[in-house]
Design a protein around this ligand. Structure first.
Ligand code: ADP
Ligand code: MG
Length: 398
């Protein structure tokens, strides 16, 4: 789960991470009122969306308006907030559709001396939390990572010892910070790691981390991604969820207890069990096609969940055919078949459907599918399934 920048900063402040004073606003008037509580004379107005690249992004309705601006008067705060709120911000990360701006952060403008990059993430290759830092922070870090990866310092933390002061020194000296700023950076790194582990984060990214002309070290931007499997331990974090930022289909799936991930192929798939779902995506590729989604309906899926699953799959306009691959273990195949038939009728399924059932009562399940009167293609083993799903699209194209 992702959260907004202003929420991330509020969380990080609790762990002693230094961020500019700021306040969220939902209307232009609230933005002005928020600015009045700031110190001035410089303010920043920042569109709050769950995507980066806002500084270079454009408001579609007002193309001269960027998603982050530094201004000097309350009038300018109001204009920027008016331009952003209710409009759509397009950045390199949102894609062409952009993302609607529902709230803005008004913060103290900061007298930046230099911008740095500081990130922490769970590196799956080493199974360790890894700190990444670079002197080339700011809005072009993706390009730095791509063209000059040697400019990014990486430090893996041993989970047995956790972070140690020498790790923090390695970061601060790696960023070539001196004197007081060096010490402040070390403290910030230690605090950030504490936040990362205690909040069960997957990614924390501070870009930019800045030194100010007065010698402070401040997190000017903050992005946090949480490990969904640990969210139950953090009801306060869960409360920060902003559903308007999430993929509609994925959100509906979460609510129905289904595990759905959108992909960009055109074979919709419905499978029970994550391992079988992965194998199914492989057989789709083997048939020369691409899966439109990953969908695990779980071990005990009932008719209602199967109906929701069909609706989710069909709401993706790229889907040209559907493959159901279900192993009847906890749930018997005849019950699954009943569910498939009822759900297919309810959603008035008009796309080719290949179903492969295996396990308890498989014959009974197949009979139900055959007797349903629906144009369901029944498959036996994985190879047969691959051939049939491949043929379906070829026939359609012919
Ligand atoms: P994004 O990463 O989405 O582009 P940032 O929060 O990193 O958004 O802001 C973009 C740029 O705006 C920063 O690199 C920094 O130069 C400037 N900026 C952001 N916040 C402030 C601030 N409080 N004071 C001064 N400049 C800021
Ligand atoms: Mg940034």
């Amino acid at each position: 789960m992702n959260i907004h920048e202003y929420q991330a900063k509020e969380l990080l402040q609790r762990f002693g991470v230094n961020t500019p004073r700021g306040q969220v606003a939902f209307t232009p008037d609230e933005a002005v009122a928020a600015a009045k509580t700031m110190g001035g004379p410089i303010y920043v107005v920042k569109a709050q969306i769950h995507a980066g690249g806002r500084g270079k992004g454009k408001i579609k309705e007002v193309p001269t308006q960027r998603g982050v601006v530094v201004v000097k008067t309350l009038d300018e705060v109001k204009t920027a907030a008016t331009n952003m709120l209710g409009n759509t911000l397009e950045t390199i990360q949102t894609g062409e559709a952009g993302q609607k701006v529902g709230r803005v952060l008004i913060a103290d403008g900061c007298d930046i001396a230099k911008e740095y990059y500081l990130g922490m993430l769970l590196d799956r290759a080493t199974s360790r939390i890894t700190i990444m830092a670079s002197t080339e922070g700011g809005m072009d870090i993706e390009e730095v990572a791509h063209k000059t990866p040697e400019k990014i310092l990486k430090i893996a933390i041993d989970p047995v010892t956790g972070i140690q002061p020498f790790h923090a020194r390695e970061v601060a000296f790696g960023l070539k910070l001196e004197g007081d700023a060096n010490k402040k950076c070390q403290t910030l790194v230690m605090n950030l790691y504490k936040a990362f582990t205690e909040l069960d984060c997957s990614i924390v990214e501070i870009n930019p981390l800045v030194t100010t002309t007065s010698g402070d070290v401040v997190a000017l931007d903050a992005k946090i991604n949480f490990d969904d499997n640990a969210l139950f331990r953090h009801p306060d974090v869960m409360a920060l969820r902003d559903e308007s930022e999430e993929n509609e289909i994925e959100l509906a799936a979460t609510k129905a207890g289904l595990n759905y991930v959108k992909l960009d192929g055109n074979i919709g798939c419905m499978v029970n069990g994550a391992g079988l779902a992965m194998a199914t995506m492989d057989i789709i590729q083997l048939a020369g096609e691409k899966p439109a989604n990953f969908l695990d309906v779980g071990g005990g899926a009932n008719k209602d969940q199967i109906t929701v699953a069909f609706k989710l799959i069909l709401s993706d306009p790229n889907v040209k055919a559907i493959l159901v691959n279900i192993f009847g273990g906890i749930m018997r195949c005849d019950i699954i078949a009943d569910g498939i038939v009822a759900a297919a009728k309810e959603v008035k399924l008009d796309k080719p459907l290949v179903v492969r059932l295996a396990g308890t009562n498989v014959e009974k399940g197949k009979e139900i599918l055959a007797a349903s009167g629906l144009p369901i293609i029944s498959a036996d083993d994985l190879k047969d399934t691959a051939v049939k799903i491949g043929n379906v699209l070829k026939q359609k194209a012919a």
